[in-house]
Design a protein around this ligand. Structure first.
Ligand code: CP
Length: 323
C-alpha cells in the first residue's frame, strides 16, 4: 500500500473487491481499540489530518476526527462557514494553505460533485471524499458493508434494496457500487422522478414499486428525502411519498424475518422511516454509526501508507504496538 505518490479515496470504484475486503478486515481489527480504556495506538503519530467541510455534518466529521485521534494523528477541523472561505477564498487556495501547514491527508466534504478529484490536482496530500454533492460518499458505503457483514455474516449473494431519493443521494450511488462489488444484487426503488439519468450505469435492477420487492430483500437501505436539493417538488406531497415509499410499520412487517434496515442519517422520522422501525432491533442505524469510526480508521491507515495486516493479526501489530 506504500507509495511515493499520495493515495486517495474518491470513489468506491477506487477499491476492488479484494481491497474492500482488506478495509473491512482492517476495520474489524481496529474496532477492538475503541473498546479499550485507552482508545489509542501510535500508528499515525506525527501525521496531520485536516477535515475540510463545506457542508454540514455530524456523523462523518466526528467519526473522522475520532478515527484520526485514535491513530494518534494530529487533527484540524476546518468548517467553511468559520474560515476564509466566507471571505471568498477558493478551494484551491484553501487547500494550498492547509498543505503548506503540513496536512498529510485532507478529508473533504463539498457540495460540488468532483471537488475531491479536483483537489488531488492541487495538493500532494491524500484526499478522502467525505461526500461530494449527489456524486459519492464512499466511506459511508464501506461502513454500511461493515455493519451488514457483521450482522448477516456475508455480503455475497445478498439482495439489497435502496429506496427513495436515489437521484439526489451520494449514499445511494456509493452504496449500489459497493454492494455490487461485493457480490450482492441491488434493486433501486424510487418514483420515476427520483431516479437519476444514466441509472443503467449502476448495473442494478430498478423498481417503482416498494411493495413488490419488500418480501425478497435481505437488506433495505432507506434514503433521506433530500428536500434541500429539490429545485421543484418531485412528489405531489410528503403524505403521498409516505404512502408509496415510506418504510411504515406495516411494510416493515412484510420484510423477511432476518432482513435488516439501514439509514445513513440524518433521518426524517415519520417520512421515509417510521419511528418504531428506526428504533427496532432489526435497524442497524446505531451499528452504522459505531462502524464509522473503525472503518474510517482503516481508511486513514491504508491511505496514509499502513500495510494491511495478515488475517487474524491486529492492525496495530503492523505499525508498532499500543501507545
Ligand atoms: N451519513 C452522513 O454523512 O451523515 P452526516 O451528514 O451527519 O455526516
Amino acid at each position: 500500500m506504500s507509495s511515493p505518490s499520495p493515495r486517495h479515496l474518491l470513489s468506491v470504484l477506487d477499491l476492488g473487491p479484494e481491497e474492500l475486503a482488506d478495509v473491512l478486515r482492517t476495520a474489524a481489527s481496529f474496532e477492538a481499540i475503541g473498546e479499550r480504556e485507552i482508545k489509542k495506538v501510535p500508528t499515525l503519530r506525527g501525521r496531520t489530518v485536516v477535515n475540510l467541510f463545506y457542508e454540514a455534518s455530524t456523523r462523518t466529521r466526528v467519526s473522522f476526527e475520532l478515527a484520526a485521534k485514535r491513530l494518534s494523528a494530529d487533527v484540524v477541523n476546518v468548517s467553511a462557514a468559520a474560515s476564509s472561505v466566507e471571505k471568498g477564498e477558493s478551494l484551491k487556495d484553501t487547500a494550498a494553505t492547509l498543505r503548506a501547514m503540513g496536512a498529510d491527508a485532507i478529508v473533504l466534504r463539498h457540495p460540488s460533485p468532483g471537488a475531491p478529484a479536483m483537489l488531488t490536482r492541487w495538493v500532494d496530500a491524500s484526499v478522502i471524499n467525505a461526500g461530494d454533492g449527489a456524486h459519492e460518499h464512499p466511506t459511508q458505503a464501506i461502513l454500511d458493508l461493515y455493519a451488514v457483514e457483521r450482522r448477516l455474516g456475508r455480503l455475497d449473494g445478498l439482495r439489497v434494496g435502496i429506496c427513495g431519493d436515489v437521484a439526489h443521494s451520494r449514499v445511494a450511488r456509493s452504496e449500489a457500487l459497493a454492494f455490487r462489488r461485493m457480490g450482492a444484487e441491488v434493486v433501486l426503488v424510487a418514483p420515476p422522478t427520483m431516479l437519476p439519468l444514466g441509472v443503467d450505469a449502476l448495473d442494478c435492477e430498478v423498481s417503482y414499486d416498494l411493495d413488490a420487492v419488500l418480501g425478497s430483500l435481505d437488506v433495505l437501505h432507506v434514503l433521506r428525502l433530500q428536500r434541500e436539493r429539490h429545485a421543484d417538488p418531485l412528489v405531489p406531497s410528503e403524505r403521498e411519498y409516505v404512502q408509496g415509499y415510506g418504510l411504515t410499520v406495516e411494510r416493515f412487517s412484510r420484510l423477511p424475518e432476518e432482513a435488516v434496515v439501514l439509514h445513513a442519517g440524518p433521518m426524517n422520522r415519520g417520512i421515509e422511516i417510521a419511528q418504531e422501525v428506526a428504533d427496532s432491533s432489526r435497524s442497524l442505524i446505531t451499528q452504522q454509526v459505531s462502524a464509522g469510526v473503525a472503518v474510517r480508521m482503516a481508511i486513514l491507515y491504508l491511505v496514509l501508507g499502513g500495510t494491511v495486516p495478515a488475517e487474524g493479526e491486529p492492525a496495530e501489530a503492523a505499525s508498532g504496538g499500543s501507545a
